[in-house]
Design a protein. Structure first.
Length: 378
């Protein structure tokens, strides 16, 4: 390890180790790549009071699934299988002729026709017109989606028990919340995108991900099913009083069997080393597997100022922009997951880094220790 990386590693290690404790994640895996030099290390414990965290621990990456799926989408676009401007009803006829509620807090029967079709790009940018609606308490459309089992809750495979076709049919029963293209709304669009990719690619989403993205990048421990039970660590949820409650165990984990609905918005597991390889692929501007123009579009803010400031974007993006599956600002792009995982790349510094923990909501102190130490070194 070079002197520069050794110093960075020491600082990050000390900061994160000092942030672990009561009320935070029991352990973490840290990974950094800068200028082609890599460092991966575990700190803390794999479970509360358990064995030391292994540096090859398999963890549930939740919404860090989105950047991987965005790359798959762009690969299929470059192959001519689809175009980002295509209306989704080309593959999802169930979503033709959408209706839109006139008011987000109004009845589902008070609708108007959609001004245009939803496009593939609308799914990537999460402007299809449906998702979380935190600005309205008791949003009828969101409650109807939850009642239909469309997965509006915690990131568990069991949250959706319908096949992709069944899920889409249930979703198609609902009107949109917004006109297509108007509002950024997390994160149902990626669930729809997963169904579309499977139909367009004529294979299941896990198979498409494996053959097009994961295998070429050497991400052998990443997928919708745990590859090695011995390396899976448990995940936790905070009870709000400083204690951690088991969320998904090792034995009997919901990720030990293929999901009924492979969720493109948050269904995958990975390791820090695997995801670091993805980060290096992004820094290499596609590494010959994806064109530079596609990488540039993916990491360019696609939102208007109004979309960045309004609704859920004000909560999730905190002023950042959104490209295709990643948040974007002047210095970095990347995304995180609801179980305490995050990945970002800093192109101007040829640096990418991954933080993996397994706690929901994510520990702010651990994340701050990791990312602030890295940014202080830039």
């Amino acid at each position: 390890m070079g002197v520069g990386m050794a110093g960075l590693a020491a600082g990050v290690r000390e900061a994160v180790a000092g942030s672990l404790g009561v009320g935070t994640a029991p352990g973490a895996v840290l990974a950094v790549s800068r200028g082609g030099e890599t460092w991966v290390e575990a700190v803390g414990r794999a479970s509360v009071g358990g064995a030391p965290m292994p540096d090859d621990a398999v963890m549930r990456i939740s919404s860090m699934t989105k950047p991987l799926v965005a790359v798959l989408t762009l690969m299929l676009a470059e192959d001519g299988v689809l175009a980002l401007a295509d209306p989704v009803e080309r593959w999802l006829p169930e979503l033709a002729d959408r209706q839109v509620v006139r008011r987000l807090d109004g009845p589902l029967t008070d609708t108007e026709p959609a001004g245009r079709s939803i496009t593939v790009e609308d799914l990537l940018t999460m402007r299809m017109g449906f998702g979380f609606a935190f600005e309205v308490e008791g949003c009828p459309a969101a409650e109807a989606a939850a009642a239909r089992g469309l997965g509006m809750g915690p990131p568990l495979p069991s949250a959706i028990t319908h096949s992709p076709d069944e899920w889409l049919a249930r979703f198609a029963e609902l009107p949109l919340m917004d006109q297509p293209g108007r509002t950024w709304r997390y994160d149902v669009a990626f669930a729809v995108l997963g169904v579309l990719l499977a139909r367009a690619g004529q294979a299941s989403l896990p198979e498409l991900m494996r053959t097009r993205v994961l295998a070429p990048l050497g991400m052998t421990s990443t997928g919708f099913v745990v590859p090695d039970d011995a390396r899976l660590v448990p995940s936790y949820v905070s009870d709000g009083a400083g204690a951690l409650v088991l969320f998904d165990p090792v034995e009997g984990s919901e990720w030990r069997e293929p999901p009924v609905f492979p969720h493109a918005g948050g269904g995958m597991v990975s390791t820090a080393a695997d995801y670091l390889q993805f980060g290096e692929f992004m820094l290499a501007r596609g590494a010959g597997l994806l064109g530079e123009e596609s990488i540039r579009a993916m990491t360019t803010d696609q939102l208007t100022p109004e979309q960045r400031a309004g609704g859920p974007a004000g909560i999730f993006l905190d002023g950042d922009g959104w490209g295709y599956g990643v948040s974007v600002n002047a210095k970095r792009y990347g995304w995180g997951g609801g179980l305490g995982t995050s990945w970002y790349a800093y192109p101007e510094h040829d640096l990418t880094a991954v933080l993996l923990t397994q706690m929901m909501p994510p520990s702010e102190s651990v994340a701050t220790a990791f990312w602030s130490t890295i940014e202080a070194e830039l």
